[in-house]
Design a protein around this ligand. Sequence first.
Ligand code: NHR
Length: 183
Amino acid sequence: MLALVRDMAAGQHPCTPVLVAANDPNAGGLAKAAALGIPTAAVDHRPFGRDRAAFEAALLRPILAAEPDILCLAGFMRILTPAFSRHFEGRMLNIHPSLLPKYPGLNTHQRALDAGDAEAGCTVHEVTAELDAGPILGQARVPVLPDDTAETLADRVLAQEHRLYPAVLRRFAMGDRVPLMLG
Ligand code: NHR
């Protein structure tokens, strides 16, 4: 999130941040966004229990009020219902810490290590109803090193996430959906 808004602040960017929203009221990104003067919203999913539609209706209120053209998920960990994903289809992005279509879902780094992969990485994709399966907009690759743990691999991938996502967002906002392949 910070990498995206810092890139916007760096100038000559097609986007401006209109809202940083989180489902965790304690998410560190909320305070960081507020410190940068960006409006924030926190909608805790927990009081809604299993009612994802009710959670999303509450989340949708501040989002619609902010009138965004594009939504960027970054570490957003609540699976979105088909209704929500359809509402923003074609203008909602996510960054996922694997080289999709490998390892959709959770625990991506451990799964790459367990498979003995020589390479790992991250993917920016459009969010559709099907989890981590929307059109791929960019990928960055890193080597898996012999002594890697899920944590050391995650750190190496995260550095690439901070490079890839701003680059893909700039292109996407200009209408360019050709996948950007880095490293
Ligand atoms: N929603 C839709 N419809 N489509 C996608 O592609 C989505 C999505 C919501 C989130 C991010 C994704 C990731 O890159 C994402 C992509 C959460 C889970 C998950 O299992 C899986 C993938 C992603 C995010 N969430 C559990 C749930 O019940 C909760 C897990 C937890 O809290 O740790 O929502 O990683």
